[in-house]
Design a protein around this ligand. Sequence first.
Ligand SMILES: NC(=O)c1ccc[n+]([C@@H]2O[C@H](COP(=O)([O-])OP(=O)(O)OC[C@H]3O[C@@H](n4cnc5c(N)ncnc54)[C@H](OP(=O)(O)O)[C@@H]3O)[C@@H](O)[C@H]2O)c1
Length: 270
Amino acid sequence: MNYQGKWALVTGASAGIGEAFADALAAKGANLVLTARREDRLNRLAANLAAKTGVRAIAIAADLADPRAPEAIGLAVAAAGARVDILINNAGYGLPGRFEQSDWSAHRAFIEVMVTSCARLICDFLPGMQERGFGRIINVASLAGLIPGSAGHTMYGASKAFLISFSQSLAAENSGTGVHVSALCPGFTYSEFHDVNKTRELVSRLPNFMFMKAEPVVLGALAAVERRHVVYVPGLFNKSVAFLMNALPRPVAAAAVASQSRRVRLATSG
Ligand SMILES: NC(=O)c1ccc[n+]([C@@H]2O[C@H](COP(=O)([O-])OP(=O)(O)OC[C@H]3O[C@@H](n4cnc5c(N)ncnc54)[C@H](OP(=O)(O)O)[C@@H]3O)[C@@H](O)[C@H]2O)c1
């Protein structure tokens, strides 16, 4: 797909999967609106991609934990004479520990970033896509949203399950409108994610075949949304896990996830 002249908004563009989306979209000719909290990184990325590919690239620093952020992003997009044809809801992080180990302000911020801001940005930009008869929305969920919940990182899987189900409903509602919606469900992906949630040392003991680089994850997702593939799991290993979790009786799948979570998720509590 050639995105020449289209505008793409990528949240969480300052690192990892979001930065890879920015790269791939610029290479396909899309103009960029890049957002995250670290403005220096966004400015550098916007300047580099504009110089490399000739697209227009705008950086908007925003903290999506602030409920006013999506509206501010919308105003900044309009002020720059841009629009949003492609929305990549990607910003995210993990909150380690058991539920009661974080206070409500941490949980509220988590829900705002992982769930509310995604829905709000779609609410604000979907009507324009429908009017123009073209739109692409990729909600970056996770394999964690496709498997049973487990102890530790309590709301992470729930927030991703929300994005998957929400994407399925939006895709059904927008069938035939020119707006395609996908949920991207990566497994372990090289990025800053495990440094931010302080699981780097632990996950570095996992075998390499369990990890993917961000670039193939993103290229697969961009191809999937064009094919109207609504729930996209990148990579053979992740696909096998998703298939198994779906095929196994629910209690067996839950027991397998619980044993893994004791080793990885709860080990990072506190
Ligand atoms: N890496 C994995 O193994 C993996 C697996 C499955 C799913 N995912 C999902 O993939 C998405 C991207 O993660 P990643 O792996 O690329 O992690 P990453 O390298 O840590 O990047 C996360 C991005 O989210 C932004 N972000 C975090 N909190 C934010 C906030 N309050 N407001 C605005 N932006 C915020 C960060 O920017 P600033 O810090 O500059 O704000 C950064 O650009 C997430 O939704 C994650 O849940 C990752």
